[in-house]
Design a protein around this ligand. Sequence first.
Ligand code: 5GP
Ligand code: MN
Ligand code: MN
Length: 308
Amino acid sequence: MAGTVTTKVMIISDTHCFQFGDAEKVRGTFKQPLPKADILLHCGDLTERGGLKAYQDVIKMLSCIDAELKLVIAGNHDLSLDGAYWYTQGCDPDDPKDYAEHEKGIEIMKGPLAKQAGITYLEEGLHTFTLASGAKLTVYASPYQPEFCGWAFPYERDEDRFNQPHQSAPLVKNIAVNPVPDFPGIDIMMTHGPPEGILDWVASPPGTTVGCHALLRAVSRARPLLHCFGHIHEAYGAMKVTWKDDKEKIGADAIEDLRPQPNVYPDSSNCSIKFGKETLMVNAAIMDLNYNPRNSPWLLDLELPRST
Ligand code: 5GP
Ligand code: MN
Ligand code: MN
């Protein structure tokens, strides 16, 4: 394709304190060392319950991966990275050390050791990067997901965090501060939670889908090359969505076809994705439902636009 740069992208999520260096100790395992990539994406649930030592260990884990650009978001388990949550429900306000964990945690995630290792911790919104190869990417990131059992980065099921008010479904409360732009505004979406109906089915009760309706509306408008997430460990996998030509169609109505994609790790999938017509959806949860690291990273060759 003219005007693009082939870029190796590795996607992981839900490592929950796992160190890839320990993989030999784990049955099922990963091919070691992890392959080199141009971009590493981590879609949240870095830790079990946050904690400064845990964030430092996450930086160590990410430092061991060879990639020029490492984009990282938090998830519901990274409790103190969510300031709004931490100060109202997470911390003990009478314990100064506990109270300070939000600021100190963010300092670790954005600090000099993280920078040296090529790690960029992303807050919700749009972020643009250019690689040494000249590949340019605009990423929409969000660590938020529907409220579940009182964890961090929550929104309610009847709230829409991802669309402009006129783009929300009827009777939904729009709370978007950073709405997702329409096509062709973004190349990659990184969220902790899945969109409704795509790699979002839970083990119990069987067949239940728990992904976000508003997020599906948003991704159907944005039609990025890649939307990666995690959160629902048992729904690990990848699917290529083909969108209908009619860009007025929104949400599930916009989907023409949904096709499972195999993981060929440690090789990389050469997925030719037609921008605006197709989106590769990847649930990259490394941990299975029992928090055992049984799932491989995803490795893709993605055609990104060349910076002009
Ligand atoms: P985590 O606690 O790591 O965020 O999610 C672990 C597991 O909790 C998921 O694999 C899924 O089984 C379950 N889970 C997470 N969010 C939801 C939800 O919104 N609804 C339901 N029913 N289960 C969820
Ligand atoms: Mn998780
Ligand atoms: Mn989660």
